[in-house]
Design a protein around this ligand. Structure first.
Ligand code: TAP
Length: 458
C-alpha cells in the first residue's frame, strides 16, 4: 500500500481511524482477480446469480444498524437518514436480483434464418463514488453491474470509505465469489485514474463533480470505454402563486438542507412567483427555524455537519456579500460538538446574476429568487449549466405538465421533492451527467448487445 489516510468524524473533528491507500500495482492486482472471477460468474445459470444477489440483500438488511452507525461516524449523517440509506442498499440489491433472469434478448425476423440478440456483460466495471452518499451511490453502480454478469471494482471517496469496505466484507459473507466485488481504497488521482486507464476495466461509472467527471470522460474516450456520469446540480424548486404555499414552504427546507445540502439533487434555488414572494418567505422562516441541526446520533436530528473544514470554508465563501434573509441553528460555542464542521441553514435573497443563483454550493445555503410568469419561470430554471432535478408547485395540472416538459432536468417532481426511487430512472441532463442509473433498464446499461444470425437454409 502507498501509506494511509486518516478519517475524521465531521461532527467532532476527531480522528476515527486510518485507511490504506492502494497503489497502481494493487489496483492492477484487483483487476486481474476481477477478470478471473467475472468469467466464472457470467457462466453461472441466471437463477444462481439471482440467488447470490438476494442473499447479499438479506445480509445487508441484517446489518442495517451497523452500516448506519458507521455512516454516522464517518460522514456525519443523521442516524435516521443513515438507516434509510443502508436499507436502500438492500432494496437496490433485491430489485436487481431480479435482473439476471429478465435480461431477455430479442428474436428479430430476417430472411434465411434466425436472428437473436444477447446482452453480454462488459467484463470488469469500475465504480467511482463521491463522499456525500457513500453507500447508496455505490449500490446504484455495483448492484445492476453484478446482476448483468460483470465483476466490480469500487473506489469510495477517500473521506468516506467505511461503509463501502464493510459492504465488500458482507458480499463475501453472503456468498459472492472472491474477487467479484472488490473495494479498493485510495485517492482519485491514483485508484480512480487507474480504473479509467486500465484496459481490462471495460466500463466506468463516475459520480462526483462536473470538473473531475469531464476529465474522467475524456480519459475513457481515449480508451473507447463507455462511461456513466452523475455530476453536479443546481436544481430549482419552482413555486407558482396558485400552489399550496403552506405545503411548499413547509417542505422546502428538507428539499435543500437534507444531508446539509451536500446532495446533488438539492433544490438550492427556490423560484417564487413575484405576487407571493414575500408571503412565501414569511412561511419559510419558521420552517427553517424548526429544522433540527445537531448531534447526528440523536434520533430527532434532521441535519448534521458538513463533511470537512475545507468544504465548510468553500461553502462560507459563497456567502461573502450575500443578502442573508434568515438562518437556522447550529451547535453553539459551548456545545460539546462545537468543534465539528457546522454551518447553520441559510436563506439568501439573490439576484439572477449572483453566483448563488447559478453555481452549485453543495452546502446548506438556498437562494430565493422571484419570477414573473410561467415562461419566465422556465427560463430562470434553465439558466444554469446543470439539469439534474427539480420540483414544481402548482395546483394547475396543465401548467405542471408544461413546466415539467420545459425544464431541462433529468428528474422532476410535481407537488413533492422526490428524486430517488430504485425502480425509476435517475440522472442528469446538460452538465449534470450522461446516462441513467436505477430503474428497470439499469442492468441492461451494463451490457453490450450481441447479434447472432443462424442460417436455416439447407
Ligand atoms: P469529486 O471530487 O469529483 O470526487 C468524486 C470521486 O472521484 C471521489 O471518489 C474522488 O476520489 C474521485 N476522483 C477524484 N479525482 C479523480 C480523478 N482524477 N480520476 C478519477 N477519480 C477521481 O466529487 P466530490 O467532491 O467527492 O463529490 C461532490 C460532487 O459530486 C458534487 O458536485 C455533487 O453534485 C456530485 N454528485 C453528483 C451526484 C449525482 S447522482 N449526479 C450524486 C452525488 C454527488 P477522492 O475524493 O478519494 O480523491
Amino acid at each position: 500500500m502507498s501509506g494511509t489516510f486518516t478519517l475524521i468524524n465531521p461532527a467532532t473533528a476527531q480522528p476515527i481511524g486510518e485507511v490504506a491507500r492502494a497503489s497502481v500495482e494493487q489496483v492492477d492486482e484487483a483487476v486481474a482477480r476481477a477478470v478471473i472471477a467475472q468469467r466464472a460468474w457470467a457462466g453461472l445459470a441466471p437463477v444462481a446469480r439471482a440467488d447470490v444477489l438476494r442473499s447479499f440483500a438479506r445480509v445487508v438488511e441484517a446489518h442495517v444498524e451497523e452500516l448506519a452507525q458507521l455512516e454516522v461516524r464517518n460522514s456525519g449523517h443523521p442516524i435516521g437518514s443513515a438507516r434509510w440509506e443502508a436499507s436502500h442498499v438492500a432494496q437496490v440489491l433485491n430489485f436487481y436480483a431480479g435482473a439476471p433472469e429478465r435480461l431477455s434478448g430479442r428474436q428479430i425476423p430476417v430472411a434465411g434464418g434466425l436472428d437473436v440478440t444477447f446482452h453480454e456483460p462488459y467484463g470488469v466495471v469500475g465504480v467511482i463514488v463521491p463522499w456525500n452518499f457513500p453507500m447508496t451511490i455505490a449500490s446504484w453502480g455495483f448492484a445492476p453491474a453484478l446482476a448483468a454478469g460483470n465483476a466490480v471494482v469500487l473506489k469510495p471517496a477517500e473521506l468516506t470509505p467505511l461503509t463501502a469496505i464493510r459492504l465488500g466484507e458482507l458480499a463475501l459473507e453472503a456468498g459472492l465469489p472472491e474477487g467479484l466485488f472488490q473495494v479498493v481504497t485510495g485517492s482519485g488521482s491514483v485508484v480512480g485514474q487507474r480504473f479509467v486507464s486500465h484496459p481490462d476495466v471495460r466500463k466506468v461509472v463516475f459520480t462526483g463533480s462536473t470538473s473531475v467527471g469531464t476529465d474522467v470522460a475524456a480519459g475513457c474516450a481515449r480508451e473507447l470505454k463507455p462511461v456513466t456520469l452523475e455530476l453536479g446540480g443546481k436544481s430549482a424548486n419552482i413555486v407558482f402563486a396558485d400552489a399550496d404555499l403552506e405545503k411548499a414552504a413547509a417542505s422546502a427546507p428538507g428539499a435543500v438542507f437534507d444531508n446539509a445540502g451536500q446532495d446533488c439533487c438539492a433544490r438550492s434555488r427556490i423560484l417564487v412567483q413575484r405576487s407571493v414572494y414575500d408571503r412565501f418567505l414569511e412561511l419559510l422562516e419558521p420552517a427553517v427555524a424548526a429544522w433540527r441541526v445537531g448531534d447526528p446520533a440523536d434520533e430527532s436530528t434532521e441535519m448534521g455537519p458538513l463533511i470537512s473544514a475545507s468544504h465548510r470554508s468553500t461553502v462560507e465563501g459563497f456567502l461573502d456579500g450575500a443578502e442573508v434573509a434568515f438562518r437556522g441553528s447550529a451547535p453553539a460555542a459551548d456545545d460539546p460538538l462545537a468543534g465539528g464542521f457546522w454551518l447553520p441553514p441559510t436563506v439568501v435573497r439573490a439576484d439572477r446574476g449572483h453566483r448563488l443563483a447559478r453555481e452549485e454550493v453543495f452546502g446548506p445555503v438556498v437562494a430565493v429568487l422571484p419570477f414573473d410568469d410561467e415562461p419566465d419561470a422556465i427560463r430562470l430554471a434553465n439558466d444554469t449549466i446543470y439539469g439534474l432535478a427539480g420540483s414544481i408547485w402548482t395546483e394547475n395540472l396543465g401548467r405542471a405538465v408544461r413546466v415539467a416538459r420545459g425544464v431541462k432536468s433529468g428528474v422532476l417532481s410535481v407537488n413533492s421533492h422526490s428524486s430517488v426511487r430504485y425502480s425509476t430512472p435517475f440522472g442528469g441532463m446538460k452538465a449534470s451527467g450522461l446516462g441513467r442509473e436505477l430503474g428497470p433498464d439499469a442492468a441492461e446499461h451494463f451490457t453490450e448487445t450481441k447479434n447472432v444470425f443462424f442460417a436455416t437454409d439447407v
